[in-house]
Design a protein around this ligand. Structure first.
Ligand code: FPP
Length: 245
């Protein structure tokens, strides 16, 4: 007689893809009487911890909202600080990330970025393209509305050119035109700092994501917060519109 293995004690799987809106750097700095830059600096350190945490938990994809298409509205000095930090991160962390088998990808509109940052993006993507442990996607000058409108334009051009029938446009075809083509949709989307909105981040892709909002400010975010959010995700029943079991 053979017995099927019991699934009762098997913990639910960890999310394959975690996306994070890293919020609260400014408030973290303000609470300490420090300039906003200090919050962003500490926030960049938290990025390092969360990348390690994902690898320890076996999460395959991590997407971070580093700079939104709306963030240009901040004072020029803060924009410069943020770009400077990204530049530093890409220069300093690339070797380590590569050694740890992390693949780096970027989404967003890079045309408005300084050319040396565009070059750093290009070389990080190229150098790490064969890595398989974790795919780290950084959203830089990213906005979902722009991304969706651009996907529509590409499909409309194909229809105009007579190479695509409007009726043939499906969800899969549309998805393939998004900047995240090839990346699975996030299973878990975390936002820190107590704010509870998506702020133009992965609006199509997050249709069925489990949302976890934490009061923790991003610079205080640790591997333990990540693990707690993953446990919360594992407690939830994902139904995709179906009735509960
Ligand atoms: C939101 O906090 C955070 C940002 C707009 C920038 C996120 C950037 C980093 C964490 C540092 C660099 C990133 C990488 C990938 C190396 P906020 O400034 O809006 O905070 P507030 O709402 O408290 O003012």
């Amino acid at each position: 007689m053979t017995f099927a293995p019991s699934l009762e004690n098997t913990p639910p799987p960890a999310p394959k893809h975690v996306a994070i809106i890293m919020d609260g750097n400014g408030r973290w700095a303000k609470a300490r009487g420090l300039p906003r830059f200090a919050g962003h600096q500490k926030g960049a350190k938290a990025v390092r911890a969360v990348v390690e945490g994902c690898q320890e938990l076996g999460i395959g994809h991590l997407t971070l909202y580093a700079f939104s298409s709306e963030n240009w509205k901040r004072p020029q000095a803060e924009v410069n600080d943020l770009m400077g930090l990204l530049r530093l991160y890409l220069k300093r962390e690339l070797a380590d990330l590569h050694r740890n088998n992390v693949r780096m990808q970027f989404i967003g509109d890079f045309d408005a970025l300084q050319s040396d940052i565009q070059d750093l993006i290009e070389s990080a993507q190229w150098k790490t393209r064969g890595n398989t442990a974790l795919c780290l996607t950084i959203a830089l000058n990213y906005g979902s509305h722009d991304e969706i409108v651009e996907a529509c334009r590409k499909l409309a051009r194909a229809v105009e050119a007579g190479t695509l029938r409007a009726d043939a446009i499906s969800e899969d075809l549309f998805r393939a035109e998004l900047q995240t083509a090839g990346i699975p949709d996030p299973d878990l989307l975390i936002r820190t700092s107590g704010e509870q909105r998506l702020s133009n981040f992965l609006l199509w892709q997050a249709a069925y994501s489990e949302l976890v909002f934490l009061d923790t400010l991003w610079p205080d975010f640790t591997k333990d917060h990540l693990a707690a959010a993953v446990r919360e995700y594992q407690r939830r029943e994902r139904r995709y519109g179906a009735a509960s079991a």
